[in-house]
Design a protein around this ligand. Structure first.
Ligand code: IPE
Ligand code: IPE
Ligand code: MG
Length: 211
């Protein structure tokens, strides 16, 4: 599907905990399975016409979770960055992490810097991982991104949870019941198909009526 080749897709990757609970697994197992879904989607994105992909991995409100879960997530992020960097390089993905860094564990900050430095020349996909991210804080600090074309939220909830509030002013919203660890390349294609079937007007008139 290559109707447009410069889309900015953003994903609220929700449902890891419920995915695990349904399997009587610890929540951390859901987060690990979620990392596999990230790999699948990152690798499918360029061929699907996605030029920029912004993924919500940890919100500034997620610090409210139990310390054990937070620590497991921080370790998982560092491990993901270290283990994925070769694949990101191979796929010419440029990775950046957005959000606050001053509250992250030092080994994670080191892993972030290394991954950003290593992948800085990538041109196939601009991948942004949001960690300790709050859209309200980002707006207040003047740190905004390009407009989002399509916002996907997995896990069944229909809310933005302080993600890319500014950038989603005219985003098409796509909510799916699929839990994030189950999200596949085909699910991304389905979301993009829905996106391409919508008519974006940006406050104007449909093309046919605008003449
Ligand atoms: C999303 O999954 C991942 C993070 C917020 C870190 P959740 O952990 O929110 O999973 P649910 O919503 O409890 O199922
Ligand atoms: C939003 O999910 C944050 C991420 C997916 C990283 P949450 O699970 O934290 O959101 P709420 O609490 O349901 O709004
Ligand atoms: Mg959740």
């Amino acid at each position: 599907m290559l109707q447009s080749t410069s889309l900015h897709v953003a994903i609220i990757m929700d449902g890891n905990g419920r995915w695990a609970a349904r399997r009587s697994l610890p929540r951390a197992a859901g987060h690990r399975a979620g990392a596999d879904a990230v790999r699948r989607v990152v690798e499918a994105a360029p061929d699907a016409g996605v030029a920029a992909l912004t993924l919500f991995a940890f919100s500034s409100d997620n610090w409210k979770r139990p310390p054990g879960e937070v620590a497991a997530l921080m370790r998982l992020f560092a491990r993901y960055l270290r283990s994925e960097t070769p694949r990101l390089l191979q796929n010419r993905v440029r990775l950046d992490v957005i959000g606050r860094r001053d509250r992250l564990p030092a080994p994670l900050v080191t892993a972030i810097r290394a991954a950003e430095l290593a992948t800085g020349a990538g041109t196939a996909l601009r991948l942004r991982l949001a960690v300790d991210y709050s859209a309200r804080a980002a707006i207040a600090a003047g740190e905004t991104l390009p407009d989002v074309d399509l916002l996907i939220r997995t896990g069944g909830e229909q809310r933005l949870s302080d993600f890319l509030l500014w950038e989603c002013a005219y985003a098409e919203l796509y909510f799916t019941e699929t839990m994030w660890p189950d999200f596949s390349a085909a699910d991304l294609t389905d979301a993009l198909r829905a996106f391409h079937s919508r008519q974006r007007r940006f406050g104007g008139l449909p093309e046919a009526a605008a003449g």
